[in-house]
Design a protein around this ligand. Structure first.
Ligand SMILES: C[S@@+](CC[C@H](N)C(=O)[O-])C[C@H]1O[C@@H](n2cnc3c(N)ncnc32)[C@H](O)[C@@H]1O
Length: 140
């Protein structure tokens, strides 16, 4: 699991308790992560949408390609088209399904895509867009 903030990893590690030892914990920026070996699944909930500059989005997507095995899957969740415009005081990029697929770019096929309202632990509704993509084996 990777996050730019050690504090975020500490929370996840505490939740997993004894199972935390089965996870590799990486403090790093998702724009420049280089994993030891390609992974079959890339799961991002509510990180990519913090990248509002096209250059940062491109860095992230090239990192995704560098770390995901051909044929691997991507599960991405961002704020949806009607979702919040800011989170934790920061601006975010909102997407609908088509916009998110277009932003990820060629080389992936869409397996599932939908918008769904998520209710935070504090009771605030937030509209999210979810996509499940498969990297085409030829995209390497
Ligand atoms: C809204 S939280 C989501 C946390 C978790 N993915 C979840 O769904 O519960 C956003 C997380 O993105 C992390 N983050 C923001 N920008 C990042 C970046 N460039 N690289 C890696 N993590 C980042 C923050 O530290 C924070 O933990």
């Amino acid at each position: 699991m990777a996050d730019i903030a050690q504090a975020a990893l500490d929370v996840a590690r505490a939740r997993l308790a004894e199972r935390a030892s089965q996870v590799e914990w990486i403090v790093g920026d998702a724009r420049w992560l280089r994993l030891r070996e390609p992974v079959d699944l890339w799961h991002d909930r509510a990180v990519f949408h913090f990248l509002t500059e096209p250059a940062d989005q491109e860095e992230y997507l090239s990192t995704l390609r560098a770390n995901l095995a051909p044929g691997g899957h991507v599960v991405l969740a961002t704020f949806g088209s009607q979702g919040p415009t800011r989170c934790s005081g920061l601006p975010v990029q909102r997407y609908d399904v088509a916009g998110l697929v277009e932003r990820v770019g060629a080389g992936f096929e869409l397996l599932r895509g939908f918008e769904r309202r998520h209710v935070t632990p504090a009771g605030a509704p937030q509209d999210f867009t979810h996509v499940v993509l498969r990297r085409l084996p030829a995209d390497a």
